[in-house]
Write a protein that binds this ligand. Structure first.
Ligand code: EPS
Length: 375
C-alpha cells in the first residue's frame, strides 16, 4: 500500500492517490469527513479553519462504496483558493501579490529558498504548510477502515500542551472520549490549565506545542520484522510520525525513560496462561521490530507553530537586512489537529506493514490470512 499526496495550501485542492488497497473494502465517506472536521477543530486553531469546510471527494477506485482494487484517488478543495487565485493560479497569475522574504525561524522558508533556488518563500511554504495533512487524514481514515476489518483499532489523545502534562495512564476504551473535549485531553482540570496557557500565549502573540499519545489495539504479533531494518515496525511507525509537520521527537512505550532504568525495571516478563503474555508493556507492544500482541503505545512531541504573531528576529532573504519574521495569521496551538493527523499517519504506516504481510487481492483473502496467523 502506498500514498502520494500533492497540493499547495492556497492552491485549488489537496489531492492524494492510495495504491495497493484490496478490492471489496467498504469505504465510509462520512467517517472520512468526520475526521477532516476533527482535524480542523480544537482549542487554539487559527482563522483559516473558519474559511475551510474540508470534505473529501473520491475520484476513482471505489464503486458503490466498495474498493475495486484500483488506485483510490481523492481530493479536498481549498475554499480559500478563491481569495488566492490571483497569485496562485497555475495558468498565469501575479506572483508578486503575496511574496514572503522575511523568513520565519522554525519554518521551511530559509532552507527551502536556498535548496530550491527561489527568492519568494511563498514557493516553499505553500507545500511545507501543514495543510497537506488533509490528505494524510483522508488516507489514514481509509487505512483505519482496512485495519478494522482485522479487529485493529487506532486511537489517541493529547497528553500535554506547552509543559502542562497529564501523568495518568488511561485504558484504550477511554481514549475516544477525548474528542469530545476542547483540547482532546482526558483530565478536565489539566485541560483547563492548558486552555489558560493557550489564552496567555495568544495574548502575547506566541504559540504552543504539545505531547500526543497514539495507541493501537487488537493487532496480532509478528507485524514488522527483526530480519531487515527497513521492515522494523517501530522504525516505520516512528518515521510516519516524524513525517508529520512540527513533530520533533517520538518514543515507543517507556521510550526515553528506558535509558535511565535498569534492565530488570524495563523488560516485560513473560508468562503463559494458555497464551503467551507479558506482565507489563514497557516495550509499547513492539519487540525486535515486530508487534508482540500487546497494545502499541507511541508518543510524539510537537514543537510550537513557527508562525508567531509577535514575530521573531530574522533577516530579509533578498535585502539581507534585519527584520521581524512574517506573520499574517496563525494557529496558537494545533495539538488537536496533530493528534488526528498522527492517528492517521500511524494507521497508514501500519496498514502498509499489514498489507505487506497479508497480501490479498481482495478483503476476503486478506481477512482469511489474518485469521490464520498466531496471536
Ligand atoms: C493549515 C492551514 C494554514 C495554517 C497551518 C495549517 O492556513 P494559513 O496558512 O492559510 O493560515 O493554519 O499551517 C501551518 C501551521 C504552517 O506552518 O504553514 C491547515 O489547514 O492545517
Amino acid at each position: 500500500m502506498k500514498l502520494v499526496t500533492a497540493g499547495e495550501s492556497h492552491g485549488k485542492a489537496i489531492v492524494g492517490i492510495i495504491e495497493g488497497l484490496p478490492s471489496n473494502l467498504e469505504i465510509d465517506i462520512d467517517e472520512i469527513n468526520a475526521a477532516l472536521a476533527l482535524r480542523q477543530s480544537g482549542y487554539g486553531r487559527g482563522a483559516r479553519q473558519k474559511i475551510e469546510r474540508d470534505k473529501a471527494e473520491i475520484l476513482s477506485g471505489v464503486r458503490n462504496r466498495l474498493t475495486l482494487g484500483s488506485p483510490l484517488a481523492f481530493c479536498v478543495y481549498n475554499a480559500d483558493y478563491e481569495n488566492w487565485k490571483d497569485c496562485m493560479a497555475p495558468d498565469g497569475c501575479d506572483v508578486t501579490l503575496k511574496t514572503l522574504t522575511r523568513v520565519r525561524p522554525g519554518h521551511a522558508d530559509l532552507t527551502g529558498l536556498k535548496k530550491f533556488g527561489q527568492t519568494d518563500a511563498r514557493n516553499i511554504l505553500e507545500r511545507a504548510s501543514a495543510r497537506e495533512t488533509v490528505a494524510r487524514v483522508v488516507a489514514g481514515t481509509v487505512a483505519k477502515q482496512y485495519l478494522r476489518s482485522f479487529g485493529v483499532q487506532v486511537s489517541g489523545y493529547v497528553k500535554g500542551v506547552c509543559g502542562i502534562k497529564d501523568p495518568h495512564i488511561y485504558a484504550f476504551e477511554r481514549l475516544s472520549e477525548a474528542k469530545n473535549n476542547p483540547l482532546f485531553m482526558l483530565d478536565p482540570d489539566i485541560e483547563k490549565q492548558a486552555m489558560l496557557k493557550i489564552d496567555g500565549l495568544k495574548a502575547e502573540g506566541d504559540t504552543a506545542g504539545g505531547l500526543i499519545e497514539i495507541r493501537v489495539k487488537g493487532l496480532k504479533s509478528g507485524f514488522g520484522s527483526c530480519m531487515t531494518y527497513g521492515e522494523k515496525l517501530d522504525a516505520r511507525l516512528c518515521a510516519a510520525m516524524m513525517g508529520v509537520q512540527a513533530i520533533k521527537g517520538v518514543e515507543v512505550g517507556m521510550g526515553f525513560a528506558a535509558a535511565d532504568s535498569a534492565g530488570s525495571k524495563v523488560h516485560d516478563e513473560i508468562y503463559y496462561d494458555g497464551a503467551f503474555r507479558h506482565s507489563s508493556n514497557n516495550a509499547g507492544g513492539i519487540e525486535g521490530g515486530m508487534s508482540n500482541g500487546e497494545e502499541i503505545v507511541l508518543r510524539a512531541a510537537m514543537k510550537p507553530i513557527p508562525t508567531l504573531m509577535k514575530g521573531l528576529h530574522t533577516v530579509d532573504y533578498v535585502t539581507h537586512k534585519p527584520e521581524t519574521a512574517a506573520a499574517e495569521r496563525s494557529d496558537v496551538a494545533a495539538v488537536c489537529a496533530a493528534e488526528i493527523i498522527l492517528e492517521s499517519a500511524v494507521a497508514f504506516a501500519l496498514a502498509e506493514s499489514v498489507s505487506e504481510r497479508l497480501g490479498g487481492d481482495n478483503m476476503k483473502e486478506a481477512i482469511e490470512r489474518y485469521g490464520g496467523l498466531p496471536d
